[in-house]
Design a protein around this ligand. Structure first.
Ligand code: ATP
Length: 514
């Protein structure tokens, strides 16, 4: 199965099992907007909890807030979003499709890497055992040619992006002979800038309505509250403010399911530090955040850092954590050193002093900021793509199983009476009642036990607990484990600690060494 097919199946699975639905589907949906279903919302909440607790509970010097989506319009002038939150767009005249010029070029660059990998694979087959990859990379003229062209384009791309040179971007697209994937032609328009913020009106027209924006990032709600939190919480540098909330971007191209949405959710933490200490904190946060991802156990090789070629107007260092999605390595999280740009700019635009008095040095200054910013929905897609597996079973059958980390699973245990009689449903219900205050558990009595197992595998439930004839005699049940499919007999009283052992967040948190 190709990765593309895997991805299609994953999208279908998300819908079939109540994880993600297209928004307003009965009206044929709304592009790049999605709703989370009964299992999706549980998984999403668990992801948020994993993030929130690891930030706010496990760091003494990080606190949380929940700011409003609407903010004073001057906020977005100060942050630079009114002037510079643009993407370069280009249209293909034949297909009438719109693209982000930078993404077309990035995809071309990624294709050159794939070409090099293919050359290497070919050579590996040709030379067999004796193949020396490092040497081949150095000496193959074909690999050298592709790599040189790739580096040349990369450098031109970085230069054009940094200089906001739209014609330069267009030239790269033409020189690399990039064609529209739909029409196959290279009949491109000029490249134009497009502002990604959604705007609306606040107040009635009679009062004189004002244009305001739906926030394109949650970070600004933290910056404008810096002094409120610092003073009321008597916070001392270095300290952080965390927030989870909706953000809105009028993305030019909607694609790859919930990877790029127009309404999405962010988990952002702004960490305020002394000027001059930001690089050291940036490196620390890179490591801390990478450890958070890796603790989920999907495999360290699935993650990598990607340093930015083009720095945003506010940053002096930036990296992305990329995950190996079915459509390639893509950004899940950004870790940015934002300098004193935001606080300094709000100070200027608001006319209010936003400074920190450092009791150790006796000075007042605008703190520097290191930000960690991750999309909840992209994290959701990461977890789903890593967890989804199709497995052959004995006897020619197969199953779809979501190998979710137990703490994130929407349902922790399904309680199944073997048959709907002989007092088994009553015992099963008592087990549900025993577990339900601490965990999301379900009761299921429909169909054969085998079918019920399959249903739970498909949503990633770690435990199936079956009540049978023996339960009534000796107070034991069968516990079937999702991944190994092994079954064991345990006493009903032992169930809470069994579920706790496997499903608690503590297990994940301990791996973080915080
Ligand atoms: P991209 O380059 O993919 O557009 P970005 O660099 O603009 O992303 P940031 O502004 O750094 O993204 O936003 C931080 C995080 O928010 C991203 O790492 C991503 O997880 C998430 N995010 C950003 N835009 C979207 C979107 N349109 N849909 C879903 N998540 C998003």
């Amino acid at each position: 199965m190709t990765q593309e097919e895997v991805f299609k199946k994953l999208v279908a699975h998300c819908k079939e099992y109540g994880f993600v639905f297209p928004s307003s589907e009965i009206y044929d949906g709304l592009a790049a907007v999605y709703d989370y279903g009964q299992n999706g919302v549980e998984l999403k909440n668990n992801i948020k909890r994993y993030w929130w607790d690891s930030m706010v509970k496990l760091h003494e010097n990080i606190v949380g807030i929940d700011a409003a989506i609407f903010m004073h319009p001057r906020t977005w002038e100060a942050s630079g979003h009114v002037g510079a939150f643009n993407d370069p767009l280009i249209d293909n005249r034949d297909s009438k499709k719109r693209y982000r010029a930078d993404v077309l070029i990035e995809d071309w660059i990624a294709k050159q890497d794939e070409k090099i990998d293919k050359e290497i694979e070919k050579a590996r087959k040709r030379f067999g055992e004796a193949f020396d990859e490092a040497k081949y990379r150095e000496t193959s003229p074909r690999v050298a040619e592709i790599a040189a062209r790739r580096s040349e384009v990369r450098a031109r791309f970085a230069e054009a992006m940094n200089a906001n040179d739209l014609e330069g971007l267009r030239r790269i697209i033409l020189d690399c002979e990039i064609a529209c994937p739909i029409s196959g032609t290279r009949n491109w328009t000029e490249v134009r800038q497009f502002n990604l913020m959604f705007s609306t009106q606040i107040g009635s027209v009679a009062e004189g309505a004002n244009t305001i924006y739906l926030r394109p990032e949650t970070a600004q709600g933290i910056f404008v509250n810096f002094l409120n939190v610092q003073k009321t919480g008597r916070m001392k540098l270095p300290f952080g403010i965390a927030q989870i909330g909706k953000a809105f971007r009028n993305e030019i191209v909607a694609r790859q399911f919930i990877f790029r949405m127009r309404e999405f959710e962010q988990m952002e933490m702004q960490f305020f530090v002394r000027p001059g200490e930001e690089m050291q904190w940036w490196s620390r946060w890179k490591e801390t955040r990478m450890a958070w991802h890796r603790a989920l156990g999907f495999g360290d090789e699935k993650y990598r850092f990607h340093d930015h070629e083009k720095l945003a107007h506010y940053a002096n260092a930036a990296t992305d954590i990329e995950f190996d999605f079915p459509f390639g390595f893509k950004e899940v999280e950004g870790i940015h050193s934002r300098t004193d740009f935001d606080l300094g700019s709000h100070q200027k635009f608001s006319g209010k002093k936003i400074q920190y008095f450092d009791p150790e040095t006796g000075e007042s200054y605008v703190p520097y900021v290191v930000e960690t910013s991750i999309g909840v929905d992209r994290m959701f897609l990461q977890v789903m793509s890593a967890a989804y597996a199709e497995e052959p079973l004995d006897g020619g059958d197969s199953r779809v199983v979501l190998r979710l980390p137990a703490a994130l699973a929407p349902v922790k245990a399904a309680v199944l009476p073997l048959v709907k009689k002989d007092g088994m449903p009553e015992v099963a219900q008592r087990i549900v009642d025993m577990l339900k205050y601490d965990y999301n558990v379900v009761y299921d009595e429909k169909d054969s036990v085998g079918k019920r197992y399959r249903r739970q595998d498909a949503i990633g439930t770690p435990f199936c607990i079956t009540v049978d004839g023996q339960t009534l005699a000796d107070g034991t049940v069968t516990v079937r484990h999702r991944d190994s499919m092994e079954q064991e007999r345990v006493l009903v009283e032992a169930l809470p600690s069994l579920v706790e052992e496997e499903c608690s967040f503590r297990r994940l948190f301990k791996k973080l060494n915080l």
